[in-house]
Design a protein around this ligand. Structure first.
Ligand code: GLC
Length: 763
């Protein structure tokens, strides 16, 4: 056990290479606050990075000093001290943040690095894991697998892996991202109570230390390293309705019509596997769906989009062109002798495209042509771990072969990034056949970096109260792991939902960044109207609230695309210094202004709500409440406790809409009372094309300050590149108490307040 002394070291321009008896360790500073530490053992070359990493080293200045027992690096705000004896690392900023390394340990096959757990430290991140918000005291494995049966609080492996943890303690926050696609582990104080360890048996022990010192900076650095999402189409942020499966096509239309007839906003319906001919991907069952194009057009006329499922498995069937082509060209995963591997999935015997190959991805992209021509707007990638129903653990054998464009890679190495590569292919396909339009892809499986391609949903949860409750910390940790666009099946997938659970789940679900109601075949109906009038009325009100909030939510997505910030945030994101919130898992913040405390237990009509320091307004009554303590909030069935930070400015939709297509032109700014000053940065674009990347968007700043009885508003166009933007914005003061006169950009305003938009607005 142990790693042995450092024998020699040499300095390069961005770091050092340390050589010991039988190892080399390269420590390189990639960017301010991002340090790469890579171990190489005999026989291991300089390891390539996984496709999760998109940042390239920026070679910031590093100064190295040698002492008898250690080396000291100085880089920007950080110092890194490396013990020669055991490669113990100490990282710090000399201003309160200090992390003691426990050294590198090589024990048999296992390579492990560890840090001392600090006083009052909590651990977040780790992507999709179940359980509560703080991951301390548990050990996790990163290995993508279907977890239908094992989906519970104590589950370990899940559909998607994010080998990232974040430590938050009073001295400051840091993160570790382990860039290894083989199974890896994170032991956050389980085996050794005071040690956070991570490592692997196979593949490189190549990790990135991500300095904070705030949680926000850690996530910004992590998403700089692994990428940020692109802006999704606005329709993808509406309410979506799904079921395994709606068919035939008349039933799909009927569902859509029900939404319109009942005045419940909705933007998308989903086609689950029954739309296909014998579950053959890229086909339609022509009896069930004689005219998919006609169906999609009718739906579009009603303001609906259609999302269709595409699984990776290709049915073994010599009369099926996708199979024949894939087989002929060597596109499927094989064993070490080149024999195509088959396993059981929905269509029966199935082969699996080898998405490691660029040409397979290009082929797969092309296959989307007909789906798009049939009117499909978005693609839902499922079973993409990939899951094989008749394989042990539903996992295909570890020794199968992928061909990463010439390099043979075993399945054990590629599995965790299989879905990531499939998403790349899907995205290529959507971009090819819907040029200029933003792709929408939903995925079940994934790895760090998946945020660049797809939204992720947390798979086959159950219609159980525990699963409603657990969805919150799961989505919060996904958000801290770079995946802001995530959701859980609203209402629960497996099992039968009941009226109360559907109501409470819809209330919470409208806060999910990805908001879709989905349920399993043969379960009780789960549409908002499934339980009669009371349930329908409450669900309608909350889904409408989602649409009211959409400009605010869309702007959170803009911030996520820009900075990597989560949309749905744990309170610790906003109030890191308040230790009362470090474990809070059942209250969430939607952006910086809204705090929700969903009810996640049956029969509850009141619940305790912690409000952080400051004044908060009850969303429903407008009543102010002082934060910094717990309140008992009334929560009858029709009410989810929801609060807005006093003084906030929120862009909201002023009138009821049926779908996101009706939002343009209806945005107004609401100023909530209680603040002496405030400001809001408002981003606006067409919500559907990729033109924003070329500068076709507008950016405004609305600020205010309250001076005695005068409210001074300042409205500024910071950037104007989208002349088709909203022409004028109404301002709504949610209370005029104590305000006698209004000024806009220095001019007194009588009557209603309107802000000029595009075109010809402002400076
Ligand atoms: C998987 C998916 C689920 C889908 C079903 C049928 O279980 O997780 O969402 O409905 O397969 O396609």
């Amino acid at each position: 056990m142990g790693s042995g002394r450092v024998i020699s070291w040499e300095k390069g321009k961005d770091g050092v290479l340390l050589t010991g008896g039988d190892y080399r360790v390269a420590i390189r500073v990639w960017a301010p606050g991002i340090v790469n530490i890579a171990l190489c053992l005999p026989g291991e070359g300089e390891e390539a990075l996984s496709p999760a990493v998109v940042l390239r080293p920026q070679a910031p200045q590093v100064q190295v000093e040698e002492e008898s027992d250690h080396l000291l690096f100085l880089t920007g705000a950080l110092y890194i001290k490396v013990e020669k004896e055991n490669l113990g690392l100490e990282l710090g900023d000399g201003r309160g943040f200090a992390l003691q390394g426990r050294g590198l340990v090589i024990h048999g096959k296992e390579k492990r690095w560890s840090f001392a757990i600090r006083r009052e430290e909590h651990f977040y991140g780790l992507g999709e894991k179940t359980g509560f918000l703080d991951k301390r005291g548990r050990r996790y494995t990163m290995w993508n697998a279907d977890c239908y049966e094992a989906y519970n609080e104590g589950a370990d492996t899940m559909y998607a892996s994010f080998p990232l943890y974040i430590g938050v303690a009073p001295g400051g926050s840091y993160g570790v991202y382990l860039d290894n696609t083989f199974p890896t582990f994170f032991d956050l104080g389980k085996t050794e109570v005071h040690t956070a360890a991570f490592g692997c048996e196979k593949g490189p022990l190549n990790f990135f230390f991500l300095y904070g010192p705030s949680l926000r900076e850690v996530v910004e650095r992590y998403t700089l390293l692994t990428g940020r999402m692109e802006l999704p189409p606005l329709w993808a942020l509406g309410y979506h309705q799904s079921r395994y499966s709606y068919y035939p096509q008349e039933r799909v239309l009927e569902i859509a019509r029900e939404f319109r007839r009942r005045g419940i906003p909705c933007d998308a319906v989903y086609l689950d596997i029954h739309y296909m001919d014998g579950f053959r991907v890229f086909t339609f069952d022509r009896e069930r769906f004689p005219d998919p194009r006609g169906m999609a057009e009718t739906l579009k006329g009603m303001g609906f989009r259609v999302v269709a499922i595409v699984d990776p498995g290709v049915k073994v069937d010599k009369d099926y062109s996708v199979f024949r082509e894939g087989l002929k060209r060597g596109y499927f995963v094989t064993d070490e002798n080149g024999l195509v591997y088959t396993g059981e999935v929905w269509p029966g015997r199935t082969c699996f495209p080898d998405f490691a190959q660029g040409r397979v991805r290009a082929w797969w992209a092309d296959l989307h042509g007909e789906l798009v021509a049939s009117g499909i707007d978005g693609i839902w990638n499922d079973m993409n771990e990939p899951t094989v129903l008749d394989a042990p653990g539903k996992v295909m054998p570890a020794h199968l072969i992928h061909n990463r464009d010439g390099r043979r890679v075993v399945h054990e190495e590629f599995r965790n990034v299989y879905a990531l590569h499939m998403a790349m292919a899907t995205r290529e396909g959507l971009l090819k056949y819907r040029p200029g339009e933003r792709p929408f892809i939903l995925t079940r499986s994934g790895f760090s970096g998946i945020q660049r391609y797809a939204a992720l949903w947390t798979g086959d949860n159950r219609s159980h109260w525990e699963h409603l409750r657990m969805s919150l910390p799961m989505l919060l940790n996904l958000g801290l792991s770079g995946v802001a666009f995530a959701g859980a099946d609203l209402g629960g997938f497996a099992g039968d939902v009941g009226e109360e659970l559907l109501i409470r789940w819809t209330q919470a679900g409208i806060l999910y960044p990805f908001c879709r109601n989905h349920s399993e075949v043969d379960t009780a109906p789960q549409e908002p109207w499934a339980f009669g009038e009371r349930c329908e009325a409450i669900c309608r009100e909350y889904i409408k609230l989602r649409y009211t909030l959409l400009p605010y939510i869309y702007n959170l997505f803009y911030r996520s695309a820009r900075y990597g910030w989560p949309v749905l945030r744990p309170l610790v994101w906003e109030y890191e210094g308040d230790e009362n919130v470090h474990l809070l898992f059942d209250e969430v913040m939607l952006g910086e202004s809204l705090l929700a405390a969903p009810v996640c237990e049956p029969g509850r009509t009141v619940r305790a709500v912690y409000l952080p320091a400051g004044t908060w307004l009850d969303w429903w009554s407008g009543r102010p409440l002082e934060g910094g303590r717990y309140h008992l909030a009334e929560a009858p069935l029709e009410k989810m406790p929801l609060f807005v930070k006093a003084g906030s400015v929120l862009p909201l939709v002023g009138e009821a809409v049926r779908h996101t297509g009706e939002i343009p032109g209806r945005v107004e700014f609401h100023i909530f009372p209680g603040g002496a000053r405030g400001e809001y940065l408002y981003y606006e674009d067409d919500g559907c094309s990729l033109d924003y990347k070329k500068g076709v968007y507008n950016l405004y700043k609305l600020s205010y300050n309250l001076a005695g009885e005068e409210l001074h508003l300042h409205w500024e166009k910071l950037y104007g590149g989208f002349p088709r933007g909203q022409a004028e914005f109404r301002v709504v003061l949610r209370s005029r108490e104590g305000i006698k006169t209004l000024y806009l950009n220095g001019r007194r305003v009588e009557g209603s307040l309107r802000l000029p938009g595009a075109p010809g607005a402002g400076a």
